[in-house]
Every structure is written in C-alpha cells, then in structure tokens.
Design a protein around this ligand. Structure first.
Ligand code: HEM
Ligand SMILES: *[C@@H]1O[C@H](CO)[C@@H](O)[C@H](O)[C@H]1NC(C)=O
Ligand SMILES: *[C@@H]1O[C@H](CO)[C@@H](O)[C@H](O)[C@H]1NC(C)=O
Length: 533
C-alpha cells in the first residue's frame, strides 16, 4: 500500500486504495470464461436454427440486402421480437443477479415454528435468490452507498415462502412515506442525476429516515460484495408451533465468510473499473465452488415477553434490546448453482413478502401490511397477472379456481371445475388446527426517536477511525446541498450526537474547499492518483 500524499487533499479519498490494478486479468475469471465454457460443453452447434415458430431457417434468409425484405418472415420475426424485448424494470432494486441454492435445517426449532421448511434436521429446500442494489437502474453500479438486497424464494412443500432481506436491520415506520423515500434516493426528475439535496431535504423533513442514512454511511454501507454481508427480513414475524403457541421472531442471515467492507475510496476505484463487481464476485465464487453461505438465526420473543419489555419490538426503526430475547440457530442457506439465464430466473422472479406458509402468520406492522399489497400490484404490472405461472415463480404444488388471463397460463387447471363450492370434486380447503384464532393488532407510535441513532453511533461505530470515515462520508453527501438544508442536516446530526455533528461540520469544510476546484480538474487529479497507485 502506498499513500498518495503528493496529490494533496483531493486524493485523500483514494489514498487508501490497496494494490489497484489498471488492467485486471480478465482471462482468469469465470465470468469472462462463460462462453468458452459453453463451447466446451457443446463441441458442435447445438442444433438447427429455427424461427420462433419452429421452421428451420434457410441460409439464404439470413441476408436481407437486395431481397424483398417484407417477404422474409425470419427478418420480421427477429426484429419484431427484438422491438418488444424490454419489460419494465423494478421500481426499486432494478439491478440484480440470481442464483440457485438450498436451505438446510441444522437445528430443531419445532418448539417455536411449525412450518415444514424449518423442521426435520437435514431437510433441504430448494431456493432461488436474487441479489440486488436498491437505487440503481438496470445497468447501474454496484458500488454506491445504498441498501443491498437478498431476496429468497423457498420452494417448500407447503407453498412458496419468500423472505426478502436487506443488509441493514432497520428501516422505516410509515409505509406511505416509501414513495418519497425511494424518489428522493434516486434520480432528480429534471437533471436525471442522483441528487443529495433531494435526499437531505427529505431526510431532514422526515428524520426517521436519518437512521438509514447513518447505517449507509458507516463501514457497513458498502460491503465487499454480496457474500460478505449479513442480511435481514427486518420485520418481526408472528409464528406458531404445532400446539398453536405464538412466538415473535426476527430471522437473521449471518454470513459464514464474515463481514468485509469497502471504504469510499476503494469503492470509487473499483466502481470506475468494474461497476458489476458484486455480480462478478458472486458468479465467480459459485463457479469456483466457493459457495456463498449464511447461518439462519432466529431471535425470539414469547407472548409473555411482550408484556415485560419496554420497547416496541415491531418498530422497524429500532433493534431489539440486548438481553430481552433468546437466539437460536435454525439452519444454513447455501447458493451453489448459477441461474440458467438471468432474465428467466432473476428478472422474471416475483418475490413477494406476502408469500408465507402455514406456521408463519406474518408481521403485524403497517409497513408489512403495505408490502403485502404493493409487491403483488407492481408485479402484476411488471410481469402480468399470470406471473405466478412462470416456472421460476410456480410453487411445487397448486390447485385453484383461477383461470385465463394474459399468458403464461400453464395447464389452466385443464378440465377441473372452475367454481367453488361444487359437487364435482374440485380442490377443497384444509384445516390448520394449530393456527391461532387471534391475531395481534398493534398501534404504532409515529414519534421520531433519535436514541437508536445515537446508540448506533456509539456502539456499532465503535472506533475513532470509523467515526471519522462515517463523518467524511456524510460530509461528502452534504457537499453541494443547499444552505438551508445543510444547516438543518448539521443540526439534526448534532442532536443525534454532538461528536458526530462536530466531525461532519469539520469534514464538510474540507469537502467544500475541494469542491471549489473545477469539476474537470478534480477528475484529472483523481485519475492521476489512480494511475500512480
Ligand atoms: C413500505 C415499504 C416498502 C415498499 C412499498 C416496498 C416496495 C417495493 C417494490 C414495489 C419492489 C419491487 C418489486 C418488484 O418489482 O418485483 C421492492 C423490491 C424490493 N424490496 Fe421493498 N418495499 C418496502 C419495504 C421493504 C423492506 C422492509 C425490505 C426488506 C426488509 C425491502 C426489500 C426489498 C428488496 C430486497 C427488493 C428486491 C426484490 C427482488 O429481488 O425482486 N423492501 N420493494
Ligand atoms: C492471467 O490468468 C491466467 C489464467 O489463470 C494465468 O495463467 C496468467 O498467468 C495470468 N496473468 C497475469 C498477468 O496474472
Ligand atoms: C466491517 O464493518 C463492520 C461494522 O463496523 C465490522 O463489524 C467488521 O469487522 C468490518 N469488517 C472488517 C473486515 O473490518
């Protein structure tokens, strides 16, 4: 490692880059080898090229020049399909990569949860996962400070269970703020560029969102790839055992390889060269047999605990207090296979938090209630009303009374009755005797509490150097933000912790001095730094 003090303060940002290579050895990695691998597996062409309708393509039809192009069905089919090959990208988490894997039960948790997927030591359930970054459009960079997602679809014997996770264990309170949170975190509608003024304006007007910003600007904000972060469904799930006893559970997936993070400077250098760094890392690791794996831990509260604790365990903006709950290990999540095709197996996948199975009633908070509606809504728009019929979304078993709609319809339940009740042996409901008759209904407190934020700053961010990195990151995000909003932001940060406010104020002075240098010159200096390291 070489410190690049020659470049002055502009280069402080990149001075910690370790062993940066201008040209990486592309021939060495599995991503670059994908096509060569295909050819190795298929030493001859895989068949005769056909039109979409199956008729073989004559070699005279693959040329259009000097022919009657309107008489060339091949040319027409080729292009009319191409003209329609885009579907809407996800409104959030648009950029992602899929992988297949399994969940294996390693510990007996039957005392708490009756769901088949979590019972029977050694049982393996197949999974499709999708790893994503939150605010990028398709084709964006993996290396920005934003949430990373891990979506899991368990194909269980009782239906599909989807656990949709983020790398940060806290979120928000009022679901109606989600649209503004998402908009403010993304591109400005006029400039089409990510806009810190929008972000800080919204955050200072809705300070409950500051906590997310604090986590994202800490070392945890840019993990060193999807494999090296923990991931959490965040909500507290109401679950029950086979005797009908209720428990409240947080599922936590803890990475087996350990937590590794990138500094802003490292992310800057990597992102300039390889915006697909996370996807590449995941793909290469699976190719190398270095399977990404997480241990599933369940944090558990009983019904009695609820009457004893002095905090709201369903509040997504706070973590459970240490010492008030027990933790048990449940199993292991492993990804061991690439998707067959990223569009088929990741883009078309519809992860929906409302996909739950017997044994899991679901979380009672308002954010979850909203998600129960809006994921399906967006997927019906993005993929169509029959998206559950794509092979990737279809459960292992289903029998229903729905019919028709835009394709795909699969077998459309063939000749079975299409109404219920009927006297002709159509599918019948079952009785889950353990399912609790009462559901928890909670009232939620809208007050903003800065305490979890100061606790975060004083516990998770546990060293002086870490606090300084965090302050530098926050200062960078404030550079260029309009004066009135900057003032409010600094005040808010000071309310969280005086030390934080002071550090950011200081760091912002440095950032602003750097910002006085014209943009082109700044980038020239940055390029110089990179080439020297
Ligand atoms: C009010 C709260 C929320 C709303 C309205 C919301 C909405 C959405 C929508 C509309 C999508 C796109 C889905 C698609 O097109 O298939 C999405 C994706 C996603 N959301 Fe949320 N979300 C909320 C909260 C959360 C929470 C609490 C988490 C995690 C604990 C989360 C994690 C994710 C992830 C990981 C994805 C990507 C899913 C995929 O890989 O397909 N979101 N969200
Ligand atoms: C690049 O990778 C190939 C294949 O692994 C290896 O043989 C070669 O030595 C590497 N070259 C460099 C410069 O690292
Ligand atoms: C990454 O950051 C987290 C949170 O500060 C820390 O617990 C972890 O040890 C860091 N990883 C490394 C390799 O430093």
């Amino acid at each position: 490692m070489r410190l690049l003090t020659v470049c002055g303060f502009i280069c402080m940002a990149v001075s910690t880059v370790v062993g940066y290579q201008c040209y990486d050895n592309g021939t060495a990695d599995a991503v670059s080898q994908q096509l060569a691998d295909f050819r190795r597996r298929h030493p001859r062409p895989i068949g005769v090229w056909t039109k979409l309708t199956g008729d073989p393509i004559d070699i005279r039809d693959i040329v259009s020049l000097n022919t009657d192009i309107f008489n060339n069905k091949h040319h027409f089919l080729l292009m009319s399909h191409f003209d329609r090959e885009r579907i809407p990208e996800r409104v959030v988490h648009a950029k992602g990569i899929g992988a297949f894997g399994y969940y294996e039960v390693t510990n007996d948790v039957s005392k708490y949860i009756s769901a088949d997927v979590f019972n029977g030591i050694g049982k393996r359930t197949p999974i499709v996962g999708r790893f994503s970054t939150a605010s990028q459009n398709l084709g964006g960079t993996d290396l920005r400070r934003e949430f990373k997602g891990v979506s899991l679809k368990f194909y269980t014997r009782q239906g599909n269970l989807d656990l949709i996770c983020l790398n940060i264990p806290i979120l928000m309170k009022d679901p109606i703020d989600f649209l503004s949170f998402a908009h403010a975190s993304r591109r400005n509608p006029q400039t089409s560029i990510f806009d810190n003024t929008m972000r800080w304006d919204f955050t200072t007007l809705r300070p409950q969102f500051l906590q997310i910003f604090l986590w994202l600007n800490s070392d945890l904000g840019i993990p060193d790839g999807y494999r090296k972060m923990n991931t959490f469904p965040v909500h507290t799930y109401e679950v029950y055992n086979k005797h009908g006893e209720t428990f409240y559970v947080k599922f936590n997936f803890r990475t087996e390889i350990g937590l590794f993070n990138l500094t802003s400077a490292q992310a800057l250098a990597i992102g300039a060269d390889d915006p697909d760094y996370y996807n590449r890392d995941l793909y290469n690791a699976i190719a190398a047999g270095d399977y990404p794996a997480w241990r599933l831990e369940m944090d558990i509260l009983t019904k009695d605990d609820l009457t004893r604790i002095d905090y709201d365990p369903f509040d997504l903006t706070r973590q459970w207090k240490r010492g008030t709950y027990r933790t048990v290990t449940a199993g292991r999540l492993v990804f061991n296979r690439h998707v067959d095709n990223n569009f088929k197996d990741a883009e078309q996948t519809a992860f929906n938090p409302d996909n739950l199975v017997p044994g899991i009633v679901g979380p009672p908070d308002a954010v979850f209630k909203a998600r129960r509606i809006f994921y399906l809504d967006t997927q019906n728009y993005r993929l169509g009303v029959n998206h559950v019929n794509s092979r990737i979304n279809a459960p292992l078993y289903d029998r229903n009374y729905n019919r028709d709609g835009m394709p795909p319809v699969r077998n459309n339940m063939k000749d079975a009755p299409n109404y219920y009740p009927n006297s002709f042996n159509g599918p019948m409901p079952y009785v889950d005797e353990a399912r609790p008759t009462e559901r928890l209904f909670i009232m939620e407190n809208a007050a903003v509490d800065l305490q979890p934020m100061s606790e975060f700053y004083n516990t998770v961010v546990d060293t002086d150097a870490h606090r300084q990195r965090m302050a530098d990151n926050l200062a960078a995000s404030l550079e260029g933000v309009s004066q009135d909003i900057e003032k409010k932001a600094l005040k808010l940060l000071t309310l969280v912790d005086i030390d934080l406010g002071t550090r950011v104020t200081q760091a912002l002075k440095v950032a602003k001095a750097a910002a006085m240098i014209p943009l082109r010159e700044r980038y020239n200096r940055r390029a110089q730094c990179l080439s020297m390291s």
